[in-house]
Design a protein around this ligand. Structure first.
Ligand code: NAD
Length: 501
């Protein structure tokens, strides 16, 4: 492991943001202000208002008015596309600024933050096409006296709650699709990472999005998030975060107005490696899959399931790759893995590393709290001798902690992979097409990678099986998700009477 420091620095003073309603920032005023420290440097970088339930009411009322007067839903798909494309242009011009604030609040390497923001531009460009492609269906086969139409309408006011691990990427996997559908929205970023969401709201206004279509409320989940999940005038809630809070969203929906839910939740994702794989490639992919974003990634490949005949050799290869990952200052262009985003998450990761050893697994590599003289950093941990009943093999740790389990047959590999309540993502490494396809077909996961991991883009939908969530984001499904379907029967010609005479 190689540690990094940077010549680029955090801002001398924290940047102050307002929340965002009706096309403009709203200053904190009398509200409390949350000062966020950069997890990589330990210095304050942003100041964010703590909104109240009344602020949520105000933002929802503004979004409701913007929806009902059709200032956005009434536009053609082409006009909506023009705004999304202009947004992409402005994002491109402000790429470095977005990456800088994302890296500061989250602790991720700046080069990675820039790569993610570049991917986000693609999301807007792709969704612009979808705004024009979205269409319904018709039935011309109902006999000469009847015609059937199936149309899609925007679902209404959408609440969007996002987590801190990919604040901008997760936002942009949803916002352009929600807007393409014609909905209006109120967004709540994680209280830890609000800056780039507020920047996007400002960019959308500059790009010509009508005021009130995209609003942002800031503050903690326990107050602001709850006010959204329970709100009677939010028609749909898209929530991305932990399975535990996802469950609260379902309960709140049932208690309030049965709002439609999209849920993207946790994962404990298998990396299945067969002896016939290109082991060098697979080891690189497995190290990347667990250390990328310091393992704070819903689709991290956190369970290595490897064929017994190559297990020892493969674990050594992975440990060797881990030892070469450049961990350090998120603002250094060469850093590959940055800081752990929150103090609480740092404690969770270190407690699981201790627990794994108490449970009898062998810590074969890493798992140390690194002292870089600033911030909080952890070296990726590799646990061998892991059994399926251990907490480190079952719980989503959300950190750079990889467990190794061994298998003898294809059926064993599939059984171990499916031995989890989650079903978010999975990877398989093999040069045998039969094994690759059998595993892909039988492992329950919403996203699958064959001889690669963590690839993505705007075209393919995202979402989970089992307790990893409901619904799909991105792709055409990501727009359709934010619509509701209306069926219309149209009688042609004279009605055949029901009442005689
Ligand atoms: P979290 O569930 O604690 O918080 C997510 C968001 O929900 C934040 O904005 C938070 O403020 C808000 N929130 C918290 N409590 C709430 C409540 N009672 N009501 C309403 N909102 C509330 O998750 P996190 O710690 O920010 O992120 C980590 C989790 O997110 C992990 O479990 C990870 O797997 C999951 N995640 C999933 C995906 C995916 O696409 N499936 C992507 C990223 C993260």
């Amino acid at each position: 492991m190689d540690t990094q420091t940077s010549t680029r620095t955090p801002p001398p003073e924290p940047r102050t943001f307002g929340f965002y309603v009706g096309g403009q920032p709203v200053a904190a005023g009398e509200r409390e202000v949350f000062e966020r420290a950069s997890p990589g440097h330990g210095v304050p970088v942003t100041r964010i208002p703590t909104c109240s339930a009344q602020d949520v009411d105000m933002a929802v009322a503004v979004a409701r008015e913007a929806f009902e007067d059709r200032r956005w839903s009434g536009l053609s798909g082409a006009d909506r596309a023009a705004v999304l494309l202009k947004t992409a242009d402005i994002m491109r011009a402000r790429l470095d600024e977005i990456a800088y604030w994302e890296s500061l609040e989250n602790g991720k390497p700046i080069a990675q933050a820039r790569g993610e923001a570049t991917g986000c531009i693609g999301m807007f460009e792709y969704a612009a096409g979808l705004a024009r492609a979205l269409h319904g269906d018709s039935f011309n086969n109902l006999g000469d006296s009847m015609f059937g139409l199936v149309t899609r309408e925007p679902v209404g006011v959408v609440g969007l709650i996002t987590p801190w691990n990919f604040p901008f990427l997760i936002l942009c996997e949803r916002v352009p699709y929600i807007l393409a559908s014609g909905c209006t929205m109120v967004t709540k970023p994680s209280e830890m990472t609000s800056a780039t969401t507020l920047m996007l709201a400002e960019i959308l206004t500059e790009a010509g999005l009508p005021d009130g279509v995209m609003n942002v409320v800031t503050g903690p989940g326990s107050t602001v998030g709850t006010a959204m999940t329970e709100h009677m005038d939010i028609d749909m809630l898209s929530f991305t975060g932990s399975t535990a809070v996802g469950r609260l969203c379902v309960e709140a929906s049932a208690r309030s107005n049965f709002k439609k839910l999209g849920l993207e939740l946790g994962g404990k994702n298998p990396q299945i490696v067969f002896a016939d794989a290109d082991l060098e490639d697979a080891a690189d992919g497995v190290a990347f899959g667990i250390a990328f974003n310091t393992g704070q990634c819903c689709v991290s490949g956190s369970r290595l399931i490897v064929e017994r005949s190559v297990a020892d050799e493969f674990a050594r290869l992975v440990a060797d790759k881990m030892s070469k990952i450049r961990i350090g200052d998120p603002l250094d262009e060469n850093t590959q893995a940055g800081a752990i985003t929150t103090d609480a998450q740092n404690r969770v990761i270190m407690s699981y590393i201790a627990k794994g050893q108490e449970e009898g697994a062998t810590l074969a590599y890493g798992g140390e709290q690194l002292d870089l003289g600033m911030g909080q950093y952890v070296s990726p941990a590799l646990f061998t001798g892991v059994t399926g009943d251990m907490a480190i093999a079952r719980d989503e740790i959300f950190g750079p902690v990889l467990t190794v389990q061994e298998f003898d047959t294809v059926d064993d590999a599939i059984a171990i992979a499916n031995d989890t309540v989650y079903g978010l993502a999975a990877s398989v490494w093999t040069k045998n097409i039969d094994k690759a396809l059998t595993v892909t077909r039988r492992v329950k996961a919403g996203r699958f990678w064959v001889n690669t991991t963590l690839s993505g883009g705007p075209e393919l939908p995202l979402g989970g099986f089992k307790q990893s969530g409901w619904g799909r984001e991105a792709g055409m499904m990501g727009v359709e998700e934010y619509t509701q379907v209306k069926s219309t029967h149209i009688e042609i010609g004279k009605r055949s009477p029901w009442v005689d005479g």
